[in-house]
Design a protein around this ligand. Structure first.
Ligand SMILES: *Cc1c(COP(=O)(O)O)cnc(C)c1O
Length: 461
């Protein structure tokens, strides 16, 4: 029998609406339909193979369809597919919560599940807010959150409120709650136009000043620790996070760490907080949590905060928040398998050499005249393209240079993502050295191919 050929691409264009996507351009251009995946490779419906340079957006830690996760999911699926966490509990949800508490700093003792990064952050905000209500009149003024410029915490209204990417958030502004914004240290584009060592000190001063004036009104500080992802892989200077922790403790402000992007080995340690041994009041986890199989998120908090919600039913101290698929047993089984692989395969140990190799390979990018800055923490890399290197002047937005580079890499069999004109690499931790070389070389060649015609002198604008 002849196999019927279905035009999936056109069906997509007829029925779907994609996230963060200008659908006019999507419909006009040719699109790739992914059909299957194995290891670090994705395959489209034409059988063409692509190296997954962004771990399918931070998710596939150990590559695609790792047998340990596949088998765990299969086993769980036939045993218990789903049961609610309202009035009941289930085995994988319990076991995974225990593992998370064991893996994270010892002050974090409770796990609240949800399904996405945005909800994990949203839950931390609501818990922090309610905590201060429960503490009584003395803290009645604590109603605000402090967050960072250019930060990204997800797309629900609460997480957008603490976000700082103007382009995403501007239109929703009337719906958002007000926050106090402070600037995230960025050495390449220092908001204070300072030398790196001074910039750090001055930015802490800015935060300290905000805390001093407003600490009685502030519930918590939300921050992407060590590195801002969606902002274009912007790194904190060493010691900055530790100082932030000190300041929040000193002023009685919750420290809310959003490790949705950075957790599960991404920065070279299990959690980004491990770099400076931070003990936050809340920790939000998602993206890599199930190794890229199923949606799951967790918000961890302390015994102190947990206990303040305890009381008689009629005290109405409960945390009235929940999602239907909270603690889903299949997702929690996948998450347990994800951690099992870390242990069995010594993932973090093996990663260290590859991080060094990546660092070494990235050195050559300085030879490209339109590469302004290369930033790396572990397996998170941002390559910022600029029109003019000495003035750091960006390319005209209309050129969409980052997007062009990503399309070029796509043609060469590598999947990357642009964050504006910053090209990001975040490969699966399981990538081999040879595959890593191929990823970096293709990125280099794609940037070269797209930007070599861009001569600042001649095309001056
Ligand atoms: C992606 C991301 C989120 C949002 O996670 P979703 O699962 O997409 O809702 C939140 N915070 C950070 C730091 C992220 O990178």
């Amino acid at each position: 029998m002849k196999k019927k050929i279905i035009d999936y691409e056109n069906l997509d264009k007829k029925y779907l609406w994609h996230p963060f996507t200008q659908m006019k351009a999507w419909i006009e251009c040719s699109q790739t339909v992914i059909e299957r995946a194995k290891g670090v490779y994705l395959y489209d419906t034409n059988g063409i193979k692509y190296l997954d340079g962004v771990s399918s957006l931070w998710a596939n830690i150990h590559g695609h369809s790792h047998p340990t996760i596949v088998n765990a999911v299969k086993r769980q699926l036939v045993k218990l597919d789903h049961s609610t966490m309202l009035g009941l509990t289930n085995v994988p949800a319990i076991l995974f919560a225990k593992k998370l508490v064991e893996l994270t700093p010892n002050n974090l003792t409770r796990v609240f599940y949800s399904d996405d990064g945005a909800t994990a952050v949203e839950i931390a905000l609501k818990m922090s807010f309610q905590y201060w209500r429960l503490k009584g009149k003395k803290y009645a003024k604590k109603k605000k959150f402090v967050s960072f410029s250019n930060s990204y915490h997800g797309d629900t209204l609460g997480s957008v409120s603490v976000g700082g990417v103007a382009m995403f958030h501007k239109v929703f502004k009337p719906l958002l709650f007000r926050t106090i914004k402070v600037s995230y240290p960025s050495c390449y584009r220092c908001p204070l136009k300072e030398e790196p060592h001074l910039c750090e000190i001055d930015q802490l001063k800015e935060i300290e000043a905000v805390f001093e004036t407003h600490h009685q009104e502030i519930c918590g500080l939300v921050v992407e620790p060590m590195i801002q992802g969606a902002a274009g892989m912007v790194l904190m200077p060493k010691g900055f996070l530790k100082n932030l922790e000190k300041l929040t403790k000193q002023f009685g402000i919750h420290l809310i760490l959003d490790e949705v992007a950075t957790a599960f080995g991404r920065t070279g340690k299990m959690f980004a907080l491990d770099h400076e041994k931070i003990k936050p009041d809340f920790l939000a986890l998602a993206k890599g949590i199930t190794g890229g199989t199923l949606p799951l998120a967790a918000t961890l908090t302390t015994t102190e905060i947990f206990r303040s919600f305890l009381g008689e039913y009629e005290d109405f101290k409960s945390f009235f928040h929940g999602h239907t698929y909270t603690g889903n047993p299949i997702a929690c089984s996948a998450a347990l398998a994800n951690l099992e692989i870390f242990q069995k395969e010594n993932t973090l140990y093996k990663l260290q050499g590859k991080i060094h190799l990546l660092k070494h390979l990235l050195k050559s990018f300085k030879n490209l005249s339109h590469v302004g800055d290369v930033r790396q923490l572990g397996f998170m890399v941002g390559i910022e393209l600029v029109f003019n290197r000495s003035s750091k002047k960006p390319f005209p937005v209309i050129q969409r240079i980052g997007h062009q580079v990503v399309l070029e890499a796509h043609r060469r069999g590598v999947i990357l993502r642009p964050l504006g004109d910053t090209i990001v690499l975040m490969p699966p931790l399981s990538i081999t050295s040879a595959q890593l070389r191929k990823l970096v070389k293709t990125t280099y060649d794609s940037i070269h191919a797209i930007t070599q015609e861009q001569k600042p002198q001649r095309n001056s604008i």
